[in-house]
Design a protein around this ligand. Structure first.
Ligand code: ADP
Ligand code: MG
Length: 738
């Protein structure tokens, strides 16, 4: 039987494009006021009040507020109350929900349903099941902390983050946020260290606050993340094996138009995407995620959403949960969300700005300039300590955001450099300068030169200065918070937040010691504080930069200043395990040396695997998609030329065809040759047993040596080969069709 010629060309690509025109926008329920369903799937304290006895409620509240331990009897009561609430929503199963180092979230569902010993069927959720579970830990990364034959780790309920109900289709599951630790107490997840670091910072910050205000008894850390992402049609996505397997396009010639017209940013949101946004926002609201903003981003098909900031551990949970919700809801709309840092070459990548600050239990944001000299001195103290922390530990902070996908964003071409610098804005630069020039030892409170330091200017003026703020700085002060912008879009915020909180805790403790020392020597408190602030400004000056962080001039300048600029993950990760880092994390009770070594190992392994998978994907796509198409076209050209020759046409009559044939043949040979060589390079890397050396080898001998070059030839072929022979969706289709 002869195949219909049309069917021969029926590739996923053309099928996807054809289907697009048939797609209508999915309907999202009519908008209700968000307040009517916000947090309806969360076991909030208000819900707890309703479903728990007085006694159980009080015990839960004490645990949430002050971290008090909950005893077995109370746990039983609380678990019962949670089940009763969950059952009103049709929940049948529960799970401990945690954030292992794989970078996704993990859950293993158990039913409430169980059998009594006499065979009676009952629904049950007891305190023991609420407080602790033992998932099979052997399949999660541990960096050698625990040998696989001793696969014991447990998840433990973290009452500071409220339980919630996840709905997948008609299935509903009660999720208990937990931390994940080994039996010997080592952290195996992102959450446990974050809680420790937040506690360390809270304590150190409270002590420093007490210089200014004795009423402060607790400081909380706040985080508001801004999530960037791409959205594309699912059928087109499915026709790109590289997106499916690696999250990014390893090949693809840029389209004639991309972001050069700058017409996408803040433009009107396309209807299909808009329906998707509203849908995932509603799902998020039910889960208590306080999303606030949505808009287009710079690149075509790129968008952003951001919530109202929250206490850092809840904010981290909410971001992990949101990423999950976004992925799931996208499929309902036949769309796919791309959370990868660089899904498309040649246009902007995606980040996740982490807006970070601290607030006292008396209601003061410690990074908001105050109205009185006293509150302003407190602001200045925290402001300068942050700069000092970033200066002293820039390398550790850089390591906290290092990953294979983020390497395409930081330090690569078309991306900001991997230098950590701090932007303060013009006004505060001047304040810092004044302090530096005017404060001196032995000066007195009423000293005129001190009064001249205008640290209690009005806030509006300060904020005005920040409206033209620098978008190219990786760590910028934005009026009442610092914004850590180098975090990758697919990252778990917990890691950078753990590091930031730890370095800040350390710096504040050192600060307090120095001030106390001066006070003991007889210096007045305010003067002592000003002196240490001055010393810190001088010591950390070189990390301050107000100019264009993306410019080449800055890279040169930063090198002159001695600021680290480590472009690749395997080397950036070295900063995790220096003596300095080990002491830092040990002294603050975050990681033992062993835990740190284990994490280092895990990050290196993740890197190796990602590069390995990308490399395999490139080889496979080149061999099974690109070369066959190119060779078919090559044959066509060759037979065309042969035909012309046979017809007696002179060579000048088919010179163009010959030239194209030559070009195609060159790119085919090059591609095929390079793929072979890359496979050999992988084999030699795999022989290395030291994980760090292997990661460096993968970066230098596989990624750097082959990725760009193979891509160059493949992308050239994409331009040369007959469009209908090309089965991979092209950039213009992925970015502009929806
Ligand atoms: P943009 O940076 O895009 O201009 P905003 O400055 O309004 O946007 O806020 C960005 C994020 O910073 C939001 O999630 C917001 O809630 C958060 N944010 C605002 N104040 C604080 C704070 N004190 N601590 C932490 N995050 C904050
Ligand atoms: Mg921002």
């Amino acid at each position: 039987m002869l195949l219909c010629p049309k069917l021969l060309h029926m590739s996923l690509r053309f099928d996807a494009i054809r289907q697009l025109t048939d797609k209508s926008t999915a309907l999202v329920g009519a908008p209700n006021k968000t307040t009517t369903f916000f947090a309806s799937n969360v076991f909030t304290m208000k819900t707890a009040r309703e479903f728990l006895s007085d006694e159980a409620y009080k015990s839960l509240r004490a645990s949430v507020k002050a971290g008090h331990k909950i005893d077995r009897e109370m746990a039983n009561q609380i678990a019962n109350g949670m089940r009763a609430w969950a059952e009103t929503k049709g929940v049948t199963h529960y799970t401990h929900w945690f954030q292992p180092l794989t970078g996704t979230t993990a859950e293993k569902h158990d039913s409430f349903f169980t059998l009594k010993s006499d065979g009676t069927a009952i629904e049950e959720f007891d305190g023991a099941a609420l407080i602790q579970q033992e998932p099979d830990a052997s399949s999660f990364p541990s960096g050698g902390l625990r040998a696989t034959f001793e696969a014991r780790g447990y998840t433990a309920w973290d009452p500071s983050s409220p339980p919630f109900v996840i709905e997948i289709g008609n299935g509903k599951t009660l999720c208990i946020p937990t931390i994940f630790v080994s039996y010997t107490g080592e952290s195996l997840d992102y959450k446990a260290p974050l809680l420790k670091a937040t506690e360390a910072l809270s304590k150190a910050a409270t002590d420093v606050c007490n210089f200014f205000d004795k009423n402060v008894s607790k400081v909380t850390v706040t985080l508001g993340w801004e999530q960037e992402y791409f959205v594309m049609d699912e059928a087109l996505f499915n026709a790109r094996p590289d997106l499916l397997m690696t999250g990014r396009t390893v090949f693809g010639h840029s389209s004639a138009k991309n972001q050069q017209l700058e017409d996408h940013y803040f433009g009107s949101i396309p209807e299909r995407v808009y329906a998707y946004m509203r849908d995932f926002e509603n799902e998020s609201y039910k889960l208590g995620i306080p999303l606030r903003t949505r808009h287009n981003e710079v690149a075509p098909a790129q968008f952003e959403c951001a919530p109202i900031f929250e206490e850092v551990s809840v904010a981290v949970d909410h971001n992990s949960l949101l990423m999950d919700v976004m992925e799931r809801v996208a499929r309902r709309h036949n769309l796919r969300v791309l959370l990868h840092e660089k899904p498309f070459a040649g246009i902007n990548g995606s980040g996740k700005h982490n807006n970070w600050s601290m607030a006292t239990d008396t209601g003061v944001n410690l990074l908001a300039p105050g109205k009185t000299p006293k509150t302003n001195l407190m602001f200045l103290t925290f402001f300068v300590n942050t700069i000092k922390a970033v200066h002293d530990y820039a390398d550790v902070l850089r390591a906290s955001i290092a990953s294979a996908p983020n390497d395409h964003r930081l330090g690569a071409n078309e991306a900001p450099p991997a230098i950590i610098s701090v932007f303060t804005g013009q006004y505060l630069s001047k304040v810092l300068n004044d302090v530096k020039e005017r404060v001196s030892a032995g000066m007195d409170e009423t000293d005129e030169s001190l009064l001249k330091i205008d640290i209690h200017k009005s806030i509006p003026e300060l904020l005005m200065d920040n409206t033209d703020r620098n978008r190219t700085s990786p760590f910028a002060f934005t009026g009442n918070k610092f914004e850590f912008r180098a975090v990758g879009s697919s990252a778990n915020c917990a890691n950078p937040m753990t590091v930031l909180n730890t370095i800040m805790a350390q710096t504040l403790r050192d600060f307090k010691k120095e001030v106390d020392g001066l006070i003991e020597k007889g210096e007045k408190k305010e003067i002592a504080i000003m002196q240490v602030i001055r010393e810190y400004i001088i010591k950390s000056e070189k990390v301050l930069f107000e100019g264009d962080g993306y410019s080449e001039a800055w890279e040169k300048e930063a090198a002159k200043r001695g600021l680290p600029n480590v472009k690749t993950t395997p080397l950036a990760l070295d900063a995790m395990v220096t003596e300095k880092a080990k002491n830092l994390f040990h002294d603050n009770g975050i990681y033992s040396h062993q835990e740190l070594e284990a994490r280092h190992e895990i990050e290196l392994e993740k890197y190796i695997k990602k590069v390995q998978i990308e490399s395999r994907m490139m080889g496979e796509l080149a061999t099974s998609h690109v070369l066959p198409a190119a060779i078919r076209y090559q044959n066509l050209l060759a037979s065309n030329i042969r035909g012309l020759k046979e017809a007696g046409i002179k060579e000048s009559g088919f010179a163009n065809q010959l030239q194209i044939l030559n070009e195609i043949s060159t790119h085919i040979n090059k591609t095929s040759d390079l793929v072979e060589k890359m496979i050999e390079a992988r084999k030699s890397c795999n022989k290395l047993s030291n994980t760090r050396e292997k990661a460096i080898a993968y970066q230098q001998k596989v990624k750097d040596s082959f990725f760009d070059e193979i891509r160059y030839h493949v992308d050239k072929l994409e331009l040369l080969v007959d469009d209908k022979e090309w089965y991979l969706p092209k950039y213009r289709e992925m970015l502009f069709l929806r």
